[in-house]
Design a protein around this ligand. Structure first.
Ligand code: HEC
Length: 105
C-alpha cells in the first residue's frame, strides 16, 4: 500500500472510531461536553457569576429551554446570561437539558 493509502485508511479508521464514540454517548454526556465547549461552566460554577448548573435540576424542560435560548424573557431583562438562540441545534439543546435534569455534574 502506498504511504498516501496508509494515511487515508488510518484517517478513515480514526473517523469511524470517533463516530462510534459519539453515537454511544448518552445525551446527558453530550450535554456535559457542551456545557464546557459552549462556555456555560465559565459562569455556572462554584465561585462563578451564576449558580452551578446542578442547582437547576428541579426546573421543567420548558423553563430550562427558554432560559437557555432567550434568557431575557425567562429571567428578566437585566440578566447577564447570553442568549443561545441560533447557536445550538435542537439536539444540542435537548442534550444540555438532559444533562441538567440528570444532575448537572
Ligand atoms: C456570561 C455568563 C453565563 C453564561 C456563559 C451562561 N450563563 Fe446561564 N445564567 C447566567 C446568569 C447570570 C443566570 C441568572 C441566574 C443565576 O445567577 O443563577 C443564568 C441562568 C441560567 C439558567 C436559569 C435557571 C433558572 O431557572 O433560574 C439556566 C438553565 C442556565 N443559565 C443555563 C445555561 C447554559 C446551559 C449555558 C450554556 C449553554 C449558560 N447558562 C451559559 C450566566 C451565564
Amino acid at each position: 500500500m502506498s504511504m498516501r493509502g496508509l494515511i487515508l485508511s488510518g484517517l478513515g479508521l480514526a473517523l469511524a472510531v470517533t463516530a462510534a464514540a459519539a453515537s454511544a454517548a448518552t445525551p446527558a454526556a453530550e450535554g456535559k461536553a457542551l456545557a464546557s465547549s459552549q462556555g456555560c461552566v465559565m459562569c455556572h460554577a462554584a465561585g462563578g457569576m451564576a449558580k452551578p448548573l446542578s442547582s437547576y435540576v428541579g426546573d421543567s424542560d420548558d423553563r430550562l429551554e427558554e432560559a437557555i435560548l432567550d434568557p431575557k424573557k425567562a429571567l428578566g431583562p437585566a440578566t447577564m446570561m447570553p442568549p443561545f438562540q441560533g447557536k445550538l441545534s435542537a439536539a444540542q439543546l435537548a442534550a444540555l437539558v438532559a444533562y441538567i435534569k440528570a444532575g448537572g455534574r
